[in-house]
Design a protein around this ligand. Structure first.
Ligand code: ADP
Ligand code: MG
Ligand code: MG
Length: 895
């Protein structure tokens, strides 16, 4: 197979094979942008290596060919003693994994080529500095030597020379340092630092392949739901130098602000620096405006490249660039990560600039991003003790105790505390602590530092570059410039990722502007929005929500049991109630009335018990129908197993035994115990519940349907428009539905005749047992609609119960890639999804156009919604909070 592609051969659509970085390097090359020549080793090669533990033979040959082509093009040879070609070896997977994988710069330097580099560059200091960087990076990432050995030697050298900064070391010092570094390599790795340039290249390539399987990479992929079997590509790229003095430098820029979504370019630049210096946040950076006054020519070229890339990708791009002695080079680009707010604003900006259509804009935002925006922010009123203001790197409001390292952040988060991870700067090792913390605060680094990039990706609040803070991780203290107190792990701080403010103590949190919009509408939200960023955000969200509503085919209903829930749902745009559970009408205070019903041994007793429940239920339904006036409301008849209405078997047994001993036994308790014992089930989830309970317990269906019918009559008399739909849960056979339906219809007819109203409400059933799905064409004969109960359908298709498995093996199954995600979170398309498809097709084969809904948590899950759209479901029903998310996702599914 072809394992190696020159940058000039690939394009942006080959991310599977070339990785994101490689595909985009190829695309930039095709566009004629200044990319240093190079080639990409494919993910196929990585997968082959990971499978066999060895590099495929053909790879070495293909690398030679590609390398010679680059050498010919440039007239230089890799690591040659005179004018050496140097390369970087850079990982790049299909999905960007910031900081996860390793990059080695300056490959090709050795004891003789370093002299050649000094000669051609006319800068011996630069050459030796590049060499010591190579040994350091190679030692750490390829040979697995603890970086502390190198940084220790570097610090010692600076101390002995009496200088503070790396670049103040002179040639002499650097030459000595290189010898010391080589000694470290010999001591720690047991080999001499490899002098053969090609050997360096091959070892670095293998190291990149191996780094796919580091723990850090695994954690990141699990979190981001990236499959573990993709592998990474390796990019071999001619070195250009940002560390060749004051007319050189390196930077990162964005074509729009990835944090707020404001239009206008944004970036960080560092003079006389190489590679990771910017990203690591080691020195503080300059802005693009500074670059413009420093080097107007390069700035102009950069702006032209940014515009070209944005026009080409038709989206916000981020770009890594280097300027070598006044010449601009582009080292990376991609469609940039952005905050949720920026995603909405950029999408509508691009529509306004006629770069994309409104349909496309919908595909640029996600339900998850909308969810993030629905969370609260700090309120601006009230007492606040401002410690400092720094870079707002990832929005949101986070309050918590200070945690200084991973271990502390994880332990305290597990103990239920909210913590803010406070670091001088972060590096990839801090990932577990960042995951555990509510927010991240760093003292060094800009918006493009590691902490900022990773936090934005995770939707985690982050403030960075808070230089007023002096963080001592070893002593676990923070000193704040200009203040006396010393902060410790016992102090609570609050960080605002939108403004960059850091407060001492807890700060009150206010509603999100997007939530205000969703609840109260555009006008009110705009009035109370405060700043222009919020106003533009609300407008963008409104435009995209309205477009989603316009294009979507799926209707959105809510699961609501009470008038309050129903009201919330309607405000958020629900078009009906897809699931009104009736169990709460039997619990709490009313449990004892149900017990009387269960205990009734004569018809008279039973009727008395039912008579007590009827007015209560009727009243509940009437209230719901008032709220849902004119909108459909699916009422599910009682579903849960009997034991939920009865006392706990063990507790009651003990009470009866003790009372008997004491001679105070209540005979009622004794007969209750007999019933509890009789109805005890080993697995109630699969026991007497749903249709089975309704058909077994005399009078229950009649009670519930009469309550619905009488409530409807009351509403009709008052001029209302009640639209109940009666739904029978957990049916497995058509016969169950037939019986339930006959009994329900009889009551509707009776109440109809009494009142003179036509009460022929739709009667349907849930499809939540495989048998019902398999026999759906038959079941449809008795059903006016189906509603897929995907929670139970997941349990019954897989044969496990949610309560039992979520804490036991689901996590393990995800690690083992048996599940992509929990099947309770996102529908299992192949299995449970196939049941849904079967149900829809079967139902419609009997009754074309039959109404199909989904209730259950999947109704609010973005991925599942796209699936439901594709199989022809008519509506999804989800929790009121998720209604806007479902509307947006239904729109996305339709474009
Ligand atoms: P990451 O995926 O972590 O961004 P990169 O492969 O982009 O890693 O490398 C990190 C940095 O190293 C880049 O931002 C760039 O500044 C520098 N770098 C990589 N390759 C080269 C090169 N050929 N010449 C100069 N600098 C490079
Ligand atoms: Mg990069
Ligand atoms: Mg169910």
């Amino acid at each position: 197979p072809k394992y190696v592609y020159r940058f000039s051969e690939g394009d942006k659509d080959q991310k599977d094979l070339l990785g994101g970085k490689g595909a985009n390097l190829a695309e930039m090359t095709r566009l004629g942008l200044p990319v240093p020549p190079g080639f990409t080793i494919t993910t196929d090669a990585c997968r082959a290596y990971l499978a066999d533990g060895a590099v495929p033979d053909e790879l070495a040959v293909q690398v030679t060919t590609a390398l010679r082509e680059v050498e010919e093009e440039l007239g230089r040879e890799l690591g040659a003693p005179e004018d050496p070609l140097l390369v970087s070896v850079r990982s790049g997977a299909k999905f960007s994994m910031p900081g996860m994988m390793e990059t080695v710069l300056n490959i090709g330097l050795n004891d003789s080529s370093v002299e050649g580099l000094a000669e051609v560059s006319g800068d011996a200091r630069f050459a030796w500095d590049s060499y010591r960087r190579l040994i350091q990076m190679f030692g750490k990432t390829v040979l697995d030597i603890d970086g502390g050995h190198f940084s220790g030697a570097l610090d010692a050298k600076k101390a002995s020379r009496g200088v503070a900064l790396d670049y103040e070391l002179d040639v002499d010092a650097l030459t000595e340092l290189v010898e010391e570094y080589k000694a470290i390599v010999r001591e720690q790795a047991g080999i001499d630092f490899p002098q053969d340039p090609r050997g360096q290249l091959d070892m670095a390539t293998e190291a990149v392949f191996r780094s796919w399987n580091t723990e850090r990479a695994h954690i990141y992929r699990r979190r981001e739901k990236i499959p573990h079997d993709l592998g990474t590509a390796v990019n071999v790229c001619t070195m250009v130098f940002g560390n060749m003095g004051q007319t050189s430098g390196t930077g990162v820029c964005f074509t729009r602000d990835p944090s707020t979504g404001r239009s206008g370019v944004y970036g960080d630049y560092l003079v006389n620096a190489q590679g990771e210096d910017v990203v690591a946040g080691i020195r503080n950076t300059l802005s693009l405006a500074d670059l413009e006054s420093l080097d107007p020519e390069s700035y102009k070229d950069l702006r032209a490249a940014m515009r070209k890339l944005e026009t080409h990708y038709r989206d916000l791009c981020d770009i890594e660039f280097t300027i070598e002695r006044g010449k601009l080079w582009l080292l990376q680009t991609r469609v940039g990560k952005r905050t949720a707010a920026a995603a909405f604003r950029v999408a509508t900006q691009l529509v306004d600039e006629r770069l994309i259509t409104t349909d496309e804009a919908l595909t640029r935002v996600t339900g998850d991003q909308l969810t993030q925006l629905m969370f609260p922010q700090f309120s601006t009123t009230g007492e606040r003790d401002l410690l400092t203001k720094a870079m707002p790197a990832s929005p949101g409001a986070a309050v918590g105790f200070i945690a200084f390292d991973n271990a502390e952040a994880i332990a305290r988060a597990e103990a239920g505390e909210s913590v803010i991870l406070v670091r001088r700067e972060t590096n990839p090792d801090d990932l577990p602590g960042m995951v555990a913390a509510s927010g991240v605060l760093t003292a060094r680094g800009g918006k493009t530092s590691h902490a900022a990039v990773v936090a934005r990706g995770m939707g985690k609040t982050c403030v960075c570059g808070a230089e007023a803070l002096e963080v001592d991780a070893a002593a676990k203290t923070v000193r704040v410039a200009g203040r006396d107190e010393l902060l410790t792990s016992e102090d609570i701080i609050a960080i605002d990722g939108t403004t960059g403010e850091v407060f001492l103590g807890s700060v009150e949190v206010a509603d999100s502007p997007v939530m205000t919009y969703l609840r109260r509408g555009l006008e009110t939200a705009l009035d109370s929005a405060g700043d222009i960023d919020n106003r533009e955000l609300i407008t963008s969200v409104d435009r995209l929500m309205r477009h989603a509503d316009k294009v979507r085919r799926l209707a959105v209903r809510a699961n609501a049991d009470t008038p309050d829930d129903a009201r919330h749902a309607i405000h958020r745009g629900a078009e009906g109630v897809g699931l009104c559970r009736t169990e709460h009408m039997f619990l709490g205070e009313r449990k004892k009335f149900v017990q009387n019903l269960i205990l009734a041994s004569t018809d008279a007793e039973r009727e008395a018990a039912l008579a007590v429940l009827l007015p209560l239920q009727k009243d509940d339904f009437a209230q719901m129908m008032t709220t849902m006036n004119g909108k459909p409301m699916t009422v599910r008849l009682i579903d849960p197993p009997l034991h939920e209405f009865l006392p706990d078997l063990t507790e009651l047994s003990v009470k009866v035994a003790v009372d008997r001993e004491k001679g105070v036994l209540d005979p009622a308790d004794e007969s209750l115990l007999a019933v509890v014992r009789k109805s005890h089930e080993a697995n109630p989830m699969l026991g007497l519940r749903g249709a089975r309970l309704l058909l077994t317990m005399p009078g229950l269906i009649e009670l519930q349907v009469r309550a619905i019918a009488e409530a409807a009559v009351e509403r009709l008399r008052a001029g209302g428009d009640p639209r109940p739909e009666i739904m029978i849960p957990l049916i497995g056979s058509i016969r169950e539905l037939q019986i339930a339906r006959e009994r329900a219809e009889a009551v509707l007819a009776e109440v109809g005749a009494e009142s003179g109203y036509d009460l022929s409400f739709p009667i349907g059933c849930m499809i939540e047992l495989p048998r019902a799905a398999v026999t759906s064409s038959h079941v449809a004969e008795e059903a006016d609609f189906f509603s897929f109960g995907t929670n139970d359908l997941t349990q019954t298709t897989w044969g496990f119960s949610r309560d039992d498995v979520e804490t036991s093996f689901v996590g393990h199954y995800i690690d083992e890639a048996i599940f992509g995600t929990s099947p309770f979170e996102s529908i299992d398309v192949d299995g449970v999804g196939a049941m849904v498809r079967l149900g829809v097709e079967g139902g419609r084969s009997t009754k074309p156009g039959m109404k199909m809904g989904v209730c259950g948590e999947h109704g609010g899950d973005p991925d599942s919604i796209a699936f439901f759209h594709s199989v022809g479901i008519d509506y999804v029903s989800c929790s009121p909070f998720r209604v806007p998310v479902a509307r947006l996702e239904a729109g996305r599914a339709a474009v």
